[in-house]
Design a binder for this molecule. Structure first.
Ligand code: RP5
Length: 179
């Protein structure tokens, strides 16, 4: 059963924003926050409890190990991990948990984020990381909802509604253009 989410100000940086989070939204640095907020907004929209925090693979390696190793036992079901540069966070976390990990390549100041994309998407065999487009944490949130929705009619219905709304919005623009 998917528990209801009690709203909180996203970006509070707390390790446990909700007592029973199902999704862990982590990022390598506070400089990634702006890119990662859309993932949190999607989870808000679908009433999914989540936590949002900073876990740096290279600056806080012990925290990363502790986070990944304890994630499943704490009740998380999906982890969304955003990182820029040599973006090893999603892969390292995936190596230390059996949970599905969705990686968000964050566009840094150099190389247009292609470095992050390659770091995340090119995981060697055995350790999968689902990778979304550069800076597209909204899709990471939507994918997390889809992962969670297996066997949960409320979530499947909510996703179908979302798709219909999106379609309606585009068709509205088509009619407007055509006058
Ligand atoms: C990575 O290095 C972070 O994910 C961030 O995208 C990048 C730059 O971090 P800061 O130097 O801005 O903290 O760890």
């Amino acid at each position: 059963e998917i528990r209801k989410y009690a709203p909180h100000p996203p970006g509070s940086g707390a390790l446990h924003d909700h007592p029973n989070p199902l999704v862990g939204v982590i990022m390598g640095s506070d400089s990634d926050l702006g890119v990662m907020i859309p993932a949190a907004k999607v989870l808000d929209r679908f009433d999914i409890p989540y936590e949002l925090t900073i876990v740096s693979a290279h600056r806080t390696p012990d925290r990363m190990v502790q986070y990944a190793r304890s994630a499943a036992a704490r009740g998380l079901r999906v982890i969304i991990a955003g990182a820029g540069g040599a973006a090893h966070l999603p892969g390292m976390v995936a190596a230390m948990t059996a949970l599905p990990v969705i990686g968000v390549p964050v566009k840094g100041s150099s190389l247009d984020g292609v470095d992050s994309l390659h770091s995340i998407v090119q995981m060697p065999r055995g350790i999968p990381v689902a990778t979304v487009a550069i800076n597209n944490s909204m899709n990471a949130g939507l994918l997390a909802v889809r992962v969670l929705s297996a066997g949960i009619p409320r979530l499947i219905e909510a996703m179908e509604n979302f798709l219909r709304e999106q379609e309606k919005e585009v068709l509205g623009k088509v009619s407007k253009l055509q006058g």
